[in-house]
Structures are given as C-alpha cells and as structure tokens.
Design a protein around this ligand. Sequence first.
Ligand SMILES: NC(=O)c1ccc[n+]([C@@H]2O[C@H](COP(=O)([O-])OP(=O)(O)OC[C@H]3O[C@@H](n4cnc5c(N)ncnc54)[C@H](O)[C@@H]3O)[C@@H](O)[C@H]2O)c1
Length: 296
Amino acid sequence: MKTFNGRVAAITGAASGMGRALALALAREGCHLALADKNAQGLAQTLDLIRTSTLSPVLVTTQVLDVSDRQAMYAWAARCMAEHGEVNLVFNNAGVALSSTVEAVDYADLEWIVDINFWGVVHGTKAFLPYLKASGDGHVINTSSVFGLFAQPGMSGYNATKFAVRGFTEALRQELDLQRCGVSATCVHPGGIRTDICRSSRIDANMTGFLIHSEQQARADFEKLFITDADQAAKVILHGVRKNKRRVLIGRDAYFLDLLARCLPSAYQALVVFASKRMAPKARMPVFETNDEPRL
Ligand SMILES: NC(=O)c1ccc[n+]([C@@H]2O[C@H](COP(=O)([O-])OP(=O)(O)OC[C@H]3O[C@@H](n4cnc5c(N)ncnc54)[C@H](O)[C@@H]3O)[C@@H](O)[C@H]2O)c1
C-alpha cells in the first residue's frame, strides 16, 4: 500500500499513545478512520484533536469497546463496514503491561493481560480479515514489542503475550503471501515509547524488594527508558506498512536488544541477569516458604 489517502483504517487503543498518534498521522494523509478504545473520554479527545489539527475532510467513527470481548470486536468490524463501505487497514494496537514474578503472579492478572494483548489481537485480525480481503488491498498491523523478541525477568506475562503476537502475525503473513489475496501483515516491535502505558500498567507487590525498590520509583525509572515519542513511532509504523515490511522495529533501543538476542540467542539471558543485579543491587528474590502449597 503506497498511499493511505482515501483508504479506511481501523485502530484499537486509539484513545492514547501510539494509537492516537497513528490516527492523527493517517488523518493528515486523508485516511478515513474507525477508532476504538475502552476509554471513552480519551477517544473523544482523539476525535477533537483530529478535528482541530487536520484539515482533511475524513470520516471518523468511534466505538467504545474492550478488545478482549470477541462479540464486541466482530460487531465493531461489521459496523465499520456498514459505515465506511470498506476497511483496508486494521491496527491491533491496544495493549497493557504487567510486572510480576512467575511464582507470585495472580492468575487473574495473567488472564487480564493475555485477554487484551493476545486475544485482542486475534479478535481484531480474524474479525477484519474477510473485509480486508474484500477490499483487494488490505493490511493487518499487529503491535508486539521489543519484549516479543527479548525476555526480561518480571515481565513473563507481557513477554508471553508479545512473543505470541509475533508468532501469530509471522504465521499469518506467510499464509497471506501463499494465498496472494491482496492482504499483507506486519508485526511491530517498539522499544520504549513515551505514552501512558507505564501509568496504566499493573505492578504486583511481589516486585518490590525483588527487582524494584518501590512501585513509584519503578514507574519513574521505566519512563526514563522511553526514548522515542509516539508521533515518531507512528511515522516509523506507517513507513513500514508502505514498504510492506514483515517486521518493524522502533527506536535504537529496539535495534540494540534485537541485535543482542540475535547474536546471543540464549546467552543474552545471563547478561540480563547481570544487568538486573547491578540495577537493583539491594533487591533480592522474595523468600517463599519451601513448604508453601502452590497458589491457585
Ligand atoms: N510504550 C511503549 O514503550 C511500548 C513498547 C512496546 C510495545 N508497546 C505496545 O504498544 C501498544 C500501544 O501502547 P501505548 O504505548 O500507546 O500505550 P497507551 O497506554 O498510551 O495506549 C494503549 C491504549 O490501549 C487502550 N486499551 C487498553 N486495554 C484495552 C482494552 N481491553 N480494550 C480496548 N482498549 C484498550 C488504552 O485505553 C489506551 O488508550 C500496546 O500494545 C503496547 O503493549 C508499547
């Protein structure tokens, strides 16, 4: 897809961060938009920003929904078709973050992140795929993370969902290439991007004293690692779609960690352990009684 002018893009997670930046960038290029998020207020703000900052007369529709709700996602896809007549691009971008050890993580938190980060992407892909095929020129853009290429202690839930999005999208791309159906797929792996993700993430209490000193400090430290802004990230994503790239990395941190994982595919883990000890010198693994029953 060389131009977005006159196309229709559906974007999840459009109330904030990269989803909002993608909406604004696409509107500036004359792309019609179907925007979804669970945050109604943020979605309305995105709509206002599009109206005030772009001159293009694009049709913008909004839908408040939870991407983990399969029925709601299919109903939204059908509504996009009814209101826009076609859909050419779907950006499965909505996501959340979770910090916890494997041993102590609650199943409820794991299910929460898998439902949004993995199932949300699956729902968006499958609900829109028939419409993208019907358009004759479609593209699925699924947001993984640099943590879909590289694992880190305390991020197992996030890592699991983002590795899953990568596998799902890479297999999808190969199927679409084989089918020559006019639809393509790109997997996006951002490094640290300045958005609201850190503020909305869940940090389990078991992380304090292990890899972090306090929740507040951890959020502040994480944000220092966010070196790319969301508008720049959107630009890189849209460039990748134009070039029909299979994989899009965003930020020099993503390139560095990707290179590390390629050069040292398993040994990089020892380096992460070493670095983690240096970054949290007083932190220790929380002590669990060896006769504790596994927690359900
Ligand atoms: N910011 C980063 O450093 C970074 C790095 C790598 C990957 N990512 C990924 O990029 C994507 C976008 O995140 P962002 O950084 O712009 O964060 P963000 O928090 O600014 O935006 C995420 C949006 O998703 C929405 N959302 C969350 N749960 C939802 C649900 N159940 N249903 C519908 N909408 C929901 C939120 O309301 C929010 O508007 C996510 O998938 C995230 O995992 C972010």
